[in-house]
Design a protein around this ligand. Sequence first.
Ligand code: PLP
Length: 359
Amino acid sequence: MINDRKYNFSPGPSELPEEVLLSVQESLLNWKSSGMSVMELSHRGKHFSEIAETASSNIRDLMQIPDDYEVLFLQGGASMQFAMLALNFLNPENTADYAVTGQWSKKAFEEAGRCAKVNLSCNTSESKFTTIPDTTSWSLSENSTYLHLASNETIAGVQFKEFPKITNLVCDMSSDILSRPVDVSRFAMIYAGAQKNLGPAGVTLVIIKKSFLDKASQDLPQMLAYKTHADTESMYNTPPCFPWYVLGEVLKWLKTKGLNQVFELNRKKAAMLYQAIDESNFYHNPVEPDYRSDMNIPFTLSKPELDSVFLQEAEALGLLNLKGHRSVGGMRASIYNAMPLAGVEKLINFMQEFEKKNA
Ligand SMILES: *Cc1c(COP(=O)(O)O)cnc(C)c1O
């Protein structure tokens, strides 16, 4: 147990499991009697190789990643992937489709547009990103190299519950990776910055199908080419060793729970919070129920002048970082895998008390 630990509802970097923090603490001074901190290990030595390989095999196991996919551990965050993806796969002769269902997929689309000509397949900005239209209404180009989407929009709180039945899907899963089982074989590539649901900031996971990787450009600076990182097992240069290690600890923690159980709990936490919001006349979530995120739950108060009081009182109770994104306003509760049920229950109790006092 960690003393005075609070509930952190931050969208990212976000709460890590307590068990993981404790095991990381232990490894900071002397990694497995090596006489070195885990942070001091050579990335080419046997200790770190074991850490790297275990993380890789655990992620393959948890996500049931088929053998014809590479798993890469890169730097630069998900934002770097917005550019790398376009640089590796687009050229003046081809194009890609982009579904814009929130602020992050919009950024991905705009960034790709700096590198190539890309097609906007769907855009929900007019609804303020509160719904996802059926794929039959999307405009898809004929010779698209891939279709990009973000499975969960961290800011507006919209989530794909099913993925479009389209080939060469590329998916930004930064804020819901490993929150639920997904069929990896449906995707050409999946990527995720670690700092939401996988670990600390500084490492980015890329899962890429080998036949898709074969189509990547070779005519790029080495660091920007997926092939470089695939050919060197993500050790072309010094990898982000420490975040990679912590990510590995998160995966071990997930394996003790099992992904299906984690998914069940995530659904339960989200359903409880949405129910509390919907049953009140004081709190409001604007997202169409079918597409509501299980991870990030924005809500507004019917008296926005009380926002700062709400945040102060929440913080005093140990409920941290509930302030919503400026583009949506109000509050946002990010309840990733590491958020215990008790944290969500405490938040709901507080919300109900606050409503009684102030409605
Ligand atoms: C946070 C986030 C990003 C940006 O991640 P960085 O690692 O900070 O670049 C991209 N996409 C989604 C869905 C996110 O939640």
